[in-house]
Design a protein around this ligand. Sequence first.
Ligand SMILES: [Zn+2]
Length: 487
Amino acid sequence: MLELGVGCFVTNTKNKILTNSALTYANTELTRRAGGLKSLLNLQFFYGQPEASVTSLSLIILPVAPDAWHNLLTLPANNLDWLPQNRVLPPGATLPFLDPIPVLFWGAGYEDGHKPFAERREDGTVVFYADIIAATLFLLTRWEETVVPDRDEHGRFPATASVAYKQGFLDRPIVDEYALILRAWLKVLCPNWRPEPHKFEVKLSHDVDHVQRFPNWRKGARTLLGDVLKRHDPGLAKDSAINTLAQIANPRWDHYYRGIYKLAELSKAYGFSNDAFYFMAAEPGPFDPGYDIQAPFVRECIETLLQEGFEIGLHPSYKTFEEPSRLLEEKARLDAVLGYSEYGGRQHYLRVQVPDTWRHWEQAGFAYDSTMTYADCAGFRCGTCHPFRPFDLHQNRELDLWEIPLIVMEGTLFHYRHLTPQQVEQRILELAQRCSQVEGTFTLLWHNTSLYQNWTVWRTTYERVLKQLMELQNGQVPEFVQNVATV
Ligand SMILES: [Zn+2]
């Protein structure tokens, strides 16, 4: 029996992944989302059948079978049990949404689903037949990415290889939903308990891959000629002419550079003030523009953003996800510009290898990472939209780093999913609403270069999204919800 904290106990299992440290970690992450257990001093929390008699103030979670994690990887698509909420919640309780709840893991011996998700027994104890601790650990650690070899052309684990995609719950912050279910059952056990709710937040972020459209004026001139002679497009030609001229006369005229200021201006206009701008500090490479972070016009931009109250972080280059020395070099460059070293960031191309990249970020002294979504599909890669401490499965420990999971990158919807502007808006807001329902953080990535390409339509889309995200954050009903309600 392992003591987890005041009033909480857990039994160990023989599962090699579900170590005592891992179970403690998952329990902490889950109960923090549920509202904290500080005031539940007399509650006994068991993972496994208790060996001795228990008090009625006990919550028991029945552990999954040891081979269930591997079995979930090979489960045919759309084969999970999805339960209606009346088989999940205590009588009379509700969730802020109506969807059925997927069961990732049944407790060992209950796989046939003849029991509900959880129930109160005659002795007064509450028993979970669904193993929400194992599910939390499965999703937050991204264990499947350490055992499934699938990678795309950039070495990234694709959404399509994930259990969440195959079983149809990538759109759902399952860990956070399980926490709300846990909260409902804890209220049954302890009616006077007052859970500490979390506040829904929107976090806007911007990866500054480019500060100039062309690497040199010659490339600009060639593009300009193509716009005139091949594409016969006066609009494109005008843009290319301005960006070419910026190369020669003043980089501050460049559209990509101006896009950074435009993002800041739009955020302020819609009431946002905590945007993060992640700058690169890399050498040039096939996938890295390699602009000079020390260049006066780049430093000027960073200083202006800081003065305006925005946050600056690092966007480490293409190879850094597996080269910690390169990561350190780039971080040292940004440290020198900023004069401080505690900040967050996001990997270029969303390239990560868990848990190694997380560990490298911890060792480099980052405050947080915000990479964890998929390039090919938006949604909840880690099954959560709450910031959390990554767990290093190889070293069997919680890392001294925060992960603020990214939920949507605009490029995923434009380039991978080929959605129309209206569909992009709808998709972003649906996912944001999911985050608000579970009191989480909705993190959106919008590049400065995306304001420039097809400027009018995407800028309009972005502005409509910002307006409705602010309404959602303020607890108002945004336009898209009203539209859905009237259909
Ligand atoms: Zn990037």
